[in-house]
Write a protein that binds this ligand. Structure first.
Ligand code: 3PG
Length: 207
C-alpha cells in the first residue's frame, strides 16, 4: 500500500479508535477483522496508542493498522517505527506534511476547505480526510465541491454514524468514511468483542 487512494479502498469504514488500555488492542483488532473490517486507525490521543499499534502490527498483521491524530512531527517516525502503515492527521500544515512525506508511508491529511484540498493536490495527493465532516458542511459540501474538484476523493470523518454513513458513501467523491461508533468506550472497557464484531459487520456491509 503506497498511496492515500489505496487507504481509502481498504474498508468502507475506518474505525477511529482511542484506547486507554493497550491490552485491548489485539482482541479489538481480531473482532474488527471477524466483522469484515480490514483496517484500524489507532489514534495517538492516549498513551496507549503507540503500544497498541505495536501489538496489532506484531500480532494481527492481517489488519492494516494506521496511526491517527498525528499532529506533531515528533510523532511521525515513532508511529511508523511502531508499525503504522499509514498516518492520519486532522489538519494539513506544511511543516507536519513535510515530515510525514519524508517517512514514505501514505497519509490521509485532514481538510475542511477547498483551498486546503487544492494545496494537497498541489503536493500530488488526491485522496484525503474531510474533517470534521458534519460541522464542516457534510454531504451537501462534498456534493458542491465535486464539480470544481472532480479528481479528489475523501474520507469524511467527524459526526459520521450508522444513520448518515450510507449517504456519504453514495457520493462519487467519497472512498470511505471514518468514525468512532464501532468502538464505543463502554464496549472496549467491558471487553464486549462480540458486540464490536457485530458493529463491524454492519459497517462492512455498508460497502
Ligand atoms: C476523528 O478524529 O476522526 C474523529 O474524532 C472521529 O469522529 P467521531 O467520534 O465523530 O466519529
Amino acid at each position: 500500500m503506497n498511496t492515500a487512494a489505496e487507504v481509502l479502498d481498504l474498508s468502507p469504514v475506518i474505525p477511529v479508535v482511542a484506547l486507554d488500555d493497550p491490552a485491548h488492542a489485539v482482541p479489538l483488532a481480531e473482532a474488527l477483522l471477524r466483522g469484515g473490517i480490514r483496517t484500524i486507525e489507532m489514534t495517538l490521543r492516549t498513551p496507549a496508542g503507540l503500544p497498541a499499534i505495536e501489538h496489532i502490527a506484531a500480532e494481527v498483521p492481517e489488519i492494516v493498522v494506521g496511526a491517527g491524530t498525528v499532529t506533531e512531527p515528533s510523532q511521525v517516525s515513532r508511529a511508523v517505527d511502531a508499525g503504522a502503515r499509514y498516518l492520519v492527521t486532522p489538519g494539513c500544515t506544511d511543516r507536519l506534511l513535510d515530515h510525514v512525506e519524508a517517512v514514505g508511508v501514505p497519509y490521509l491529511a485532514g481538510v475542511s476547505t477547498v483551498s486546503e484540498a487544492m494545496r494537497l493536490a498541489e503536493r500530488g495527493v488526491h485522496a484525503m480526510k474531510f474533517f470534521p465532516a458534519e460541522p464542516s458542511g457534510g454531504v451537501p459540501y462534498l456534493k458542491a465541491i465535486a464539480g470544481p474538484l472532480p479528481h479528489l476523493r475523501f474520507c469524511p470523518t467527524g459526526g459520521i454514524s450508522p444513520g448518515n454513513a450510507a449517504s456519504y458513501l453514495a457520493l462519487p467523491n467519497v472512498g470511505c468514511v471514518g468514525g468512532s461508533w464501532l468502538t464505543p468506550k463502554d464496549l472496549l472497557v467491558g471487553g464486549e468483542w462480540g458486540r464490536i464484531e457485530d458493529l463491524a459487520r454492519e459497517a462492512a456491509e455498508l460497502g
